[in-house]
Design a protein around this ligand. Sequence first.
Ligand code: AMP
Ligand code: MG
Length: 423
Amino acid sequence: MKSLDDIAAALEGYDPQALSVPHVLAFLDAMITPLDAQDDQDLPIAQALGRVLACDAISPVDVPAHDNSAMDGFAFAGAELSPDRPLSMRVVGTALAGAAWQGTVGSGECVRIMTGAVMPGGLDTVAPQELVSIDGDRVTVPAGRLQRGDNRRLRGEDIRAGHAALRAGQRLSPAALGLVASLGLPTVRVKRRLRVAYFSTGNEILSLGEPPREGAVYDSNRYTVMGMLDRLGCEMIDMGVVPDDPTQLRAAFLQAAEQADAVITSGGVSVGEADFTKAMMRELGDVAFWKIAMRPGRPMAVGRIGNAVLFGLPGNPVAVMVTFLAFVRPFLIKMMGGSDPAPPLMQAVCTEALRKKPGRTEYQRGLITRNAAGQLQVCTTGNQGSGVLSSMVQGNGLIVLHHGQQDVHIGDTVDVMMFDGAI
Ligand code: AMP
Ligand code: MG
């Protein structure tokens, strides 16, 4: 495991007092230790939602297993079609899904077939029910409307036997669970869940249930962090609010590091903090204290205590969420072996002018919609103060104004990061 000093030395232009967001991401990448393969687990599909696949899921079968019909209609040999003549055929039987037609079908004959039913031998084309005219046991396909092979799904067209249906690193979505189940596989091999301990620091922070007092604020960070960790499928260890008291802080850090793969705290890392949080991090671990060239979220501490990774997030509620989304979330996903650490940035037309100083990355809370032309457009949610948590609720994504970017004019295109399922 590389020390933080080693990582810093290898990073050109590393300046802890004014660290750019790309530098933060590069530094964090060098810190990641993925979960041990020894801890991989075999889980029933029904328990695997949100887990990360530990190895490729190889299909034991072709999917679909047989050529089958994509429509309700009439199956026939496409070679009988001619472009300028209707095709009239006699119906000789019915193929149901789950009950294949066993008879033979001669020239001028067809089989009534249901969606998903196995194509009878020798037949390769399906005329949809709504296309044909039916008269007793005869159906007629109009000229020029069908080609050979239409409305037939080919055996193995989705997945071929022996091929990977899903790759290691895939986070198992509802669609992925369905896909694995469609192969007949009852279990999947997944990474174990990450254990993450978190607590809030500060003498002014009240836990729910405590009476309000002058100058104190209720702890919101623990709930946003909890929610974002839950969305990632982490095992969570809630350690409450820890006051600025060396004994309690020491106990909390040691207990958290002992039990968890990662420890997330909020508050107490800004310059001039009168509290003991930073001192305790320094004493117990290998920790770097950064001023990041970003807004919101300037101060942050990162390092290790024992075997656990430490993220000392700023105290302001929006800064906590933004630094989590920008740094912690991708880090944790990579630690879990996931191959989708960050959602793709999208582009939207900005409908308002935004002030932006080059030399820092800004994350403004945005409301992303579609304009009349069908393009994505974005406006801010108003007050962008780093304590204004309602902006995170009103917004559905972040406007990402990159390090070198300058003022944004109405009509300019900006990058946006949709919240999707992340928050
Ligand atoms: P700090 O980084 O500790 O100086 O905190 C910055 C600001 O965030 C202060 O106004 C704190 O009161 C506020 N803050 C810190 N922790 C929390 C928390 N857990 N919940 C809500 N606000 C907090
Ligand atoms: Mg504080």
